[in-house]
Write a protein that binds this ligand. Structure first.
Ligand code: NDP
Ligand code: GDR
Length: 364
């Protein structure tokens, strides 16, 4: 692509969106810096293909250790990198986990955003550095309008969503108070083969692929009737970039405008695997059976949330009209791609097992 001398800093570069965005920006000619957490095992699987040996001259992809809960690391990195654009994608992003770790979620997702905005200010980068905040459709929570757009009232329903509500408003406030070019992308659910294994879509495609090959017996699932507007992460990271290329900073909803239930997703993935499911029972007794009468899907109330977001459907008209953006990937293609990739990795595990080695996979 075209010649670009811009420098971007991505927090959460080791996550699903971080990986797609880093690849997108590198293809565009950016120098990309990423912040990763110190972990006891390597956590760079999603970006290993982008790795450049830092000993080589002029690497364009560089990683730094840092954490959203640690101002010192954020200030030091931002001072060193002096980025033209910061994409704040890092977060404790699992809604169910946020009920178990509410304080940590608030620290990283709410205060972490403030720490970055303050670093921009402390370092005098208000006029240089543009800031993207990964806001979320979870802000709408207990939905008060269908579909949801930029003016729909918020009603967060989890510690995660409440933390993200703070992050949303502190981004707006620093834009208005200090003239920072700061935007919220209110993104609806977006998935991919790189999606974390405990989010519902990936859990479904991974489990059904493993069940198909006899590596797992059953998919234990929570609320089958929850409805989401699911898009592809690859399409959505383009919008994150586009939002920072405008004359004036604004907030945008990004969504497909099409809604499916968790049950629809399971049925679609099972169809891809030629493994039709017959449903019987209801509520916590609902089960899905294969053609031999084996239970392969079972509702487990352990996965219910104390407060649930039952239904989300986005209206991305503003992004379409103002930025010329439209999602490219259809629901069926998203499901097919995720199933295909998870079947490949299940086949790898099957091979390993055939050669006498044990494989182990968490079933969460
Ligand atoms: P992931 O969970 O895949 O990635 C989150 C990233 O944040 C990982 O790199 C993770 O590191 C990092 N991280 C977590 N906590 C910290 C911390 N304290 N300090 C530094 N880094 C941290 O999320 P996604 O890529 O799916 O989402 C990206 C962002 O967009 C998140 O903020 C999410 O809340 C938001 N969002 C996501 C949507 C979606 O549908 N995917 C929709 C709307 C918003 P590690 O790899 O070490 O765990
Ligand atoms: P969500 O995504 O909470 O929308 O947050 P998730 O895939 O976790 O849940 C979607 C819906 O499926 C229901 N569900 C289950 N969810 C999980 N994880 N595991 C299950 O077994 C299960 N069974 C049913 C959930 O109750 C829910 O209704 C995601 C994250 O990426 C956030 O960071 C992001 O902000 C929002 O999407 C938009």
């Amino acid at each position: 692509m075209g010649v670009c001398v811009k420098v971007a800093l991505i927090t959460g570069v080791t996550g699903q969106d971080g990986a797609y965005l880093a690849e997108f920006l590198l293809n565009y000619g950016y120098t990309v810096h990423g912040i990763k957490r110190r972990t006891s095992l390597f956590n760079t699987d999603r970006i290993d293909h982008l790795y450049e040996d830092p000993h080589e001259p002029n690497p364009r992809f560089l990683l730094h250790h840092g954490d959203l809960t640690d101002s010192s690391s954020l200030i030091r990195i931002i001072q060193h990198v002096k980025p033209d654009e910061i994409y704040n994608l890092a977060a404790q992003s699992h809604v169910a986990v946020s009920f178990e770790e509410p304080e940590y979620t608030a620290n990283s997702d709410a205060l972490g955003t403030l720490r970055i905005l303050e670093a921009i200010r402390i370092l005098g980068l208000e006029k240089k550095t543009r800031f993207y905040q990964a806001s979320t459709s979870e802000l709408y929570g207990l939905v008060q309008e269908i579909p949801q757009n930029e003016t729909t009232p918020f009603y967060p329903r989890s510690p995660y969503a409440v933390a993200k509500l703070y992050a949303y408003w502190i981004t707006v406030n620093y834009r208005e108070a200090y003239g920072i070019y700061a935007c919220n992308g209110i993104l609806f659910n977006h998935e991919s083969p790189l999606r974390g294994e405990t989010f519902v879509t990936r859990k479904i495609t991974r489990s059904l692929a493993r069940i198909k090959l006899g590596l797992q017996k059953c998919l234990y699932i929570g609320n089958l009737d929850a409805k989401r507007d699911w898009g592809h992460a690859r399409d959505y990271v383009e919008m994150q970039w586009l939002m920072l290329q405008q004359d004036e900073p604004e907030d945008f909803v990004i969504a497909t405008g099409v809604q499916h239930s968790v049950r629809d997703f399971i049925n679609a993935a099972a169809r891809e695997l030629d493994m039709p499911i017959a449903w019987r029972g209801s509520g916590i007794h609902e089960r899905g059976y294969d053609t031999n009468g084996n239970v392969i899907v079972s509702v487990d109330p352990r996965y219910f949330r104390p407060t649930e977001v039952q239904s989300l459907l986005g209206d991305a008209t503003k992004a379409r009209v103002r930025l010329g953006w439209a999602p490219r990937t259809k629901f069926a293609d998203l499901v097919a791609e995720m199933v295909r990739e998870d079947l490949r990795s299940a086949e790898r595990d099957e091979l390993v097992r055939e050669h006498g080695y044990e494989t182990f996979a968490f079933n969460e």
